[in-house]
Design a protein around this ligand. Structure first.
Ligand code: ADP
Ligand code: MG
Length: 218
């Protein structure tokens, strides 16, 4: 595992992102990258597996969100990326932020799959197709087991708030889900803290990850 400690320029324009995304960022009033974005985005856009550790509110969603949207082939209507979150509320927040970042890029379909809502309509939505799935491990695992969530085209998997997912006892669900995704995927893990359990899961599901840590005073 290598550790990235260099600081880069804070302009989003320095990254080589797709033009539509850059335009959106300025219309959203995102003028500069936050520290976690500046430190992870060059690695993320390079296709590296990345572990990003930074406190709540530091802009982790846009860090992985921009990498995800930049990698997405909109014309290929297949599930290409998936974000796993600990709760339905957090999954809804992530989906909302992704939709903001993708605003004006036509026909990007983001589907949320969480527990606490009926299963049947989710199957119907999946039959209509999506580019991006955002959801909670329990419900996603159910879909994966039932064969209603096709993951053979997945090339980017994000574990958001991984520390909380592990605290909530989702380890087995995560292992089951990850085990059914293509091996050549890019895997990202974001977390506010880095307990021992995260080291274990990152060792088992990530390939030569870059560890990026932003201290709380940065
Ligand atoms: P985290 O996941 O690290 O807790 P979020 O991704 O939820 O943080 O981001 C916190 C807030 O910061 C959100 O309201 C988001 O829209 C905003 N934000 C993220 N990146 C930027 C940026 N580069 N410039 C301005 N605001 C940003
Ligand atoms: Mg977050």
């Amino acid at each position: 595992m290598s550790t990235n400690t260099t600081t880069s320029s804070l302009a989003f324009t320095s990254l080589g992102l797709k033009q539509d995304l850059v335009k959106n960022l300025s219309s959203l009033g995102y003028e500069q990258m936050t520290p976690i974005q500046a430190k992870t985005l060059p690695e993320l856009l390079n296709g590296k597996d990345v572990i990003g550790e930074a406190k709540t509110g530091s802009g982790k969603t846009a860090a992985f969100g921009l990498a995800l949207l930049n990698k997405l082939e909109v014309k290929r209507f297949r599930i290409q990326s998936m974000v796993l979150c600990p709760t339905r509320e957090l999954a809804d927040q992530v989906a909302k932020e992704l939709r903001k970042l993708a605003r004006g890029i036509h026909n990007i379909k983001i589907l949320t799959l969480c527990g606490g809502t009926p299963f049947g309509p989710q199957i119907g939505s999946l039959e209509h197709g999506a580019h991006i799935i955002v959801g909670t491990p329990g419900r996603i695992e159910e879909h994966v087991i039932k064969g209603t969530l096709p993951l053979e085209n997945l090339n980017l998997l994000v574990l958001d708030e991984a520390d909380r997912m592990l605290e909530m006892g989702f380890q087995a669900a995560l292992d089951n889900i990850v085990g059914r995704t293509p091996l050549d995927r890019q895997t990202l893990l974001f977390s506010a803290t880095f307990p021992e359990q995260i080291k274990a899961i990152s060792d088992s599901i990530m390939t030569d990850p870059v560890l990026v840590k932003v201290a709380s005073n940065e």
